[in-house]
Structures are given as structure tokens and as C-alpha cells.
Design a protein around this ligand. Sequence first.
Ligand SMILES: Nc1ncnc2c1ncn2[C@@H]1O[C@H](COP(=O)(O)OP(=O)(O)OP(=O)(O)O)[C@@H](O)[C@H]1O
Ligand SMILES: [Mg+2]
Length: 497
Amino acid sequence: MADETPFLRLTGISKRFGGVKALDGIDWDVKRGEIHCLVGENGCGKSTLIKAVVGVHAPSSGTIEIDGADVPVLDPARAKALGIQVIFQDLSLFPNLSVAENIAIENHLEHALKPVRKERLRGVARDVLRRLNFDLDLSTIVSDLSVAERQIVAIARGLAAQARLIFMDEPTASLTRAEVNRLLAIVSRLKADGIAVVFVSHRLDEVVEIAERVTVMRDGRKVGTWPVAEVDQKRIAHLMTGLDIDHSIVARDMGDAPELLHVEKLSRRGEFADIDFTLHQGEVLGIIGLLGSGRTELALTLFGMHRADAGAITLDGKPLRLSSNRDAVEAGIAYVSEDRLGLGVILPQSIGDNIILAVMKQLAGRFGLIATKSRQKLADDWVKRLSIKVAGTDRPVQTLSGGNQQRVVLAKWLATRPKVLILDSPTVGVDIKNKQGIYEVVAELARQGVGVILISDEVSEVFATCDRVLHMRSGRIIGAEVPGQVSEHEMEERIYA
Ligand SMILES: Nc1ncnc2c1ncn2[C@@H]1O[C@H](COP(=O)(O)OP(=O)(O)OP(=O)(O)O)[C@@H](O)[C@H]1O
Ligand SMILES: [Mg+2]
């Protein structure tokens, strides 16, 4: 029956990058109007699969059918013409153009010879935003929007270009829970319009919540595709990793350990006020709160990137004055930013150079030269400890998968041997097995006496790692909890209340 023909069918798709077989004989299909989730560990080939379909990286072999007909190797423009849109992690929007211009850009380009009528652009943009039931000022310049809003613009652009299948590569990675819910509502609307959505996610809770089918990949191969009703999160994690991962509570009472960092009445106008807490040696202290709760602003202040208006910080019993992040690094504070690609790494530079970036000074010899050998050793060490999947530390960071890039950022800061390590959403975009690996590194550092502040909006994450959790809302600390003394569910309710 014609109706049963999937919209997209792949047969035997393979892709090599030099010696790396990123995709190995993938057979796969996407039905019309289905919500399909693609999961697997970092570096297993999810992004490459998407890029192979739309011809960003032409496959080395295999065939692609659309609507039951063979198509020759696609390029991104042809893929779009056939109704396939991709929303990459960077969204590929034009930051200095307006919402309306970004949404209607494809129509705009097609009629490049005709003068573009502003009203027509706005009309197209207004229509698709209405279809998405989303209110956005059409004249706003895209660089003034939040990440979540930009994502909606990217989806709207796909709709305006008559998409029939939209790939979203980790669309929820930088969104808060409330924004994720809004995006999921929009995905359901696309489905109602007969548009298929394939999305990549490492948050298995949202996968089982929204997807109809889930495809699991491992080491460049497809493990299988299942209706979501037939698998649960635990089973998916097992299919991805071959392991049973269990989240046990680790909280210890660290109240008697020596005080490491003490923060008193710390305030910064418009961001946070009267923040009081003590971090002990070897303690893992969680800070949980939603976007806008002031958690990232607090972290940036503790790292010397922002100045506090009032209050005091003491480290090892001595008052700490931070006028820049260099002061913080010198005092022994390290900060792993939530914005992994913005502040974290220099993409075209090698993995090794990125890892040693923050320790240059410590490693530099008499003439400011860094011995190649010690550099190499340091980089290799961290690559091994964090199980970063690399062909060699001399390769550029941009050849790594997203989750592995994230771990390079972590390695860079761990190499500074900090006393206080501030981690802001450190496992966003990291697969479940490697999340566990990062939690183990955190636990190990804590055992060595490092004080860790872990900022997160995933309750399961603070539950699996923290001794104590501070709860922030509207710039204030409104409570402190110990995982285990409250249940995960109770904590979740308090946070989203
Ligand atoms: N441009 C490239 N050059 C060389 N190797 C690459 C390139 N892009 C990807 N690879 C390699 O292909 C493999 C698959 O990477 P891919 O980005 O598809 O992983 P992924 O499943 O999307 O992972 P993540 O969850 O971390 O984003 C990895 O080993 C990666 O290093
Ligand atoms: Mg990827």
C-alpha cells in the first residue's frame, strides 16, 4: 500500500573519515509524520547519519529513497527541495536579521531577482508562527532572542520551506525544563500537520515521553528500532551501552570537614542577593534552580568574571578579592561553563592545545616554552581519565563529536588542579555512560579534597553526585536539601512548583 511507504528509507549507508568508520551499513526508515528519536553514546554516529542523509558528508556507500523513489546523492539544497530540513546545534540563523527575515529566508532567496516585499516576508513568517501557536515579535533581531526562541525561529524557517521531515540534532541540550516542554508541544503540532520529526537527545526521560519510535546506535551501527511502548529508559540505556547503570545516592555528611570556601551575603544587583553558604573540603555541593534563578550569575561572580556589589568570599580562611577570572584561577578556582562551545574550547585548535590552555603558565619552562613531552603526557592523561574518544590529541577539537568536545573542556580545567571546581551543567549533551564517568571523576576529585560546586537543572544529576543541594530561585537561596533525606520526586516538585 502506498501509504505504508516510509518517507525516508536508507539502505546500507556507510561513511568513513580517514581511518574512522563513522557509519557502518545503516538500514533505517522514517515514516511520514512520526516522531522518531535517535539515541546512542557520544561519537556513535548520530550527527554523521543526519549529515549523510542531507549530503553535508556524502555517504561512502548505500542508497537513499524518498517517498519510495531512489534519490541520487543529495546535497543540502536538494535535500531541502525534497522537504528535508536539518536544525543543527548551531541553528545556522542570521543573527543580525529579524525574526521575519530569518523565517522567510528561503522564499527570499528563490526570488532573488525580484525586490523582496517586506510585507510578504512578514506574512509568511506570521503564518508559520501561527501554525506553531507561538507568539514572537517579527521585527526582533535574532541575536536578541534566547536560545529557546532562536530554536523556534529555526523550526519556523523549516516550516516556511515546506518541510516534510525535520531533523533536530540535540534541540533540548541548552534548554531548561520549561522550554523543553514548549518545544515538545511544538513537535506534537508538527506531527499533527503530517511532518515527521527525528531528534537526537541524551535525555532519555524526554525520549520515552515524546517519541513514537526510538532507534539506538552504537559504534557506527544500528542496534535496532523499537516502538517506544516496548522499551523503557533502563532498557534503552542498556541497548546503548551494554551496561546496567544504576543511580545510587552518594550523599555524605561533610559538615565536619574543614571549610574551604565561605560566601557571606554576596549580592549583585538584578541577579542575586544575600547568598550565604559554606563549601567544605571534599564536598560536592549542588546548586539547583531554573533558568533565571541566578545560579549561573552566581557562578560567574565566584569565578571573578562578574563583580559582586556586596558581601564577602573567603577561601581557606583568607578573604578573596576577585577582579578578574585570572585572580580566580590563581586562587585555585576553576569554572566549566554551561556554554561549552562559546567559552569552552577553540574548535580549530588541537585537543592537546585546548587541554593545556589553562595551565600554560604552570607548565612553561625557563624560556616560557612548554616541553612537548610534558604537554603530550598531560593531554594523554586526561583523555584517558575522561575516556574522550579521539584518534589523537593532535587532531582539531572540531573533529570530535559534541559530547567529546564537552569532555575536552572539562579536561582543560581539571588539568589546573583546582581547589574549588565549579561545574555549570557539565553533562549537557553527554551520553548516559559518560555522564556516569564524569560523576566518577567528580567523586574522585572530592575524595582528594577538591570542593565541587555542581550547577544543574537535572534533579537526577544532583541526586547521583551531591552531598548537599542548595535550591535557588529568583536570585536567592530558598532551601538546602540532602539527597536521600528528600526523595527525587519531592525535590522535583519543589523546584518546578
Ligand atoms: N569532520 C569529521 N572528521 C573526522 N572525523 C569525524 C568528523 N565528524 C565526525 N567524526 C567522527 O565520527 C564519529 C561519529 O561522530 P558523530 O559526531 O556522528 O557522533 P554523535 O553520535 O553525534 O556524538 P555526540 O552525541 O557526542 O554528538 C566520531 O568518531 C567522530 O570523531
Ligand atoms: Mg552529535
